[in-house]
Design a protein around this ligand. Sequence first.
Ligand SMILES: O=C(O)CCCC[C@@H]1SC[C@@H]2NC(=O)N[C@@H]21
Ligand code: NA
Length: 636
Amino acid sequence: MDPSNQKHFTVVDYVIFGLLLAASMAIGLYHAFSGGRQRTTQEFLMADRSMGCLPVSLSLIASFQSAVAIIGVPAEIYTHGTQYWFIGCAYVLGLLIPAHVFIPVLYRLRLSSAYQYLELRFSKAVRICGTLTFIFQTVIYMGVCVYTPAFALNAVTGFELWGAVLATGLVCTLYTAMGGLKAVIWTDVFQTVVMFAGQLAVIVVGVLQSGGVSEVWRKVWEGNRISGLDLNPDPTERHTFWTLGVGGIFLMLSLYGVNQSQVQRYLSARTEKEAVRSCYMVFPSLQLALSLSCVMGLVMFARYCGEDHTDKLGPSSHDAMVLYFVMDMLQGLPGLPGLFVACLFSAALSTISSSFNSLATVTMEDLIKPHFPAMTEAKATLLSKALAMFYGLLCLAMAYVTHLMGESVLQVALKIFGMVGGPVLGLFCLGMFFPSANSTGAVAGLGAGLALSFWVGIGSIVTRSSGTRPLSPTCRAILLSDNTTTAMQTALSNVTLSRPSGLKRFYSLSYMWYSAFSCFSVILTGLIISFITGPLKEEDVTPGTTYALFGKLFRFLPEHIKKQLCCVTPTEQTASLQQIQLPPHKEGNGLVPQYEDGQSPVETDAFLPETNTPSVEFETALLQLSGRTCHEEMPH
Ligand SMILES: O=C(O)CCCC[C@@H]1SC[C@@H]2NC(=O)N[C@@H]21
Ligand code: NA
């Protein structure tokens, strides 16, 4: 970017940006030296399970609203129109299913890591696979989140790129490593407010500079930016109602249903009801966040009328263009550029801190504690803090990898969620809805799902065909207007409709279908392998780890068919099985958090006694004694 076009910060801007980092640090340090002073893993990793639904819900938003969304969504709207807005339709089922299926099952098991569920339901091997997959996904995603704001800032203001990456990374690592989940949640609350304020400021200024709302509307309408309801069923079409509204549901389930960052927040809620309520409260805030970033894209289009400034920005993508426009718009309004940059870094910090903390949690709970059950709390907490530092440095390295990707950051992030988050979602669905699935099937399913999603994902990057990218409406509108010859029009319309065939068509699958595609691949493979290697009976499965989805869906089916389908015992009824004391050997193996002596577990409506979950053989023995099968109605 040649210096003449660079936008410069005034002192006020630097002050505002500095204040944001200082405020985040202060909140983090406050939680490091208050309360239990972060001396136990229950406090450091689970915030003492004492959080209310408001901070939890704001923190749930912040975890997956990073600078990628703040920059990537407006760039998407500016370039392709408002089709992306339909992802909002996916938020309905994308949050209802977590609230009524995943949270009840996971919360009642009193877990610290979502992947403990996989050991309870399957085996330790499946748990390790799930944990490693999550770590892989989160480390790459964190790289994108650290890199995006720093790269955009550098492209527009010449702000030292790696200086910004280091500053963000270090501030975040410090307050996360010192303040634990409480610090992460409360800084998330503060950072979400800054994020909304920054976007609102840009929208208000942009509307005023474009001549008012009606003028903005006229320009975006003429510029063909308002996309209608595109019901094209073609799965290679990049963004349609189906890829966003239906494919997006699986993306949401992989993030808000089974992703450790979100599950940890649900589990940190005071009661299950608070957790479900926080999930409901996410809906309006998520719609607001989506609307703000979409409107910001429209306002920018109205202000700059589809001009393409990528020439000024050098080879960088549309993403930096968004920040260029914002800086250009806010020039001469001292403090606003600083506010927007603070908004950008707030979004990044709140996502990165959530990722650090959840990485430290799963590493401790899934990979370390089970092998060192005798580890003292003090040592475990110290190790958790060291892990947060380690992951902080690792993500700086991943930021460099993002530098090499070269795609739109929003697309990179959504692809990662689809390619890696989708298979993990499939693993949890296999476990919860199909009791006949066994551990071998689970591992084979996860492997198949990851292989397939990486095949299509990397294939699309290599052949640069991630969904047929239609000409942007701007040039289509201009080119298709009456002053071009008919021949040109025919040629042009064919160009955008050329159908790739065979493997190329497979690589052209819209990345919004990756989550659903890989999820179903895991379930299908998992069931086939389970049936080949000997399916489980429902009584073989640890009670409380399945959800009678088909029992509810096929309520009308006669009993004997439902018995074949298995999994007809409603979750509530398996609850009554849980009131049984566990033989001592199941305690302390890292599966279920051990409570400090004297620390009475907080009031929950979980039916599980705190310290244990019944072992399968113990359960089976009891059932045989009582001569009942799993399907008969259990006494309430
Ligand atoms: O913003 C990011 O860091 C990643 C972008 C992906 C956001 C996903 S899309 C569906 C859901 N809605 C959000 O606001 N975030 C996630
Ligand atoms: Na965020």
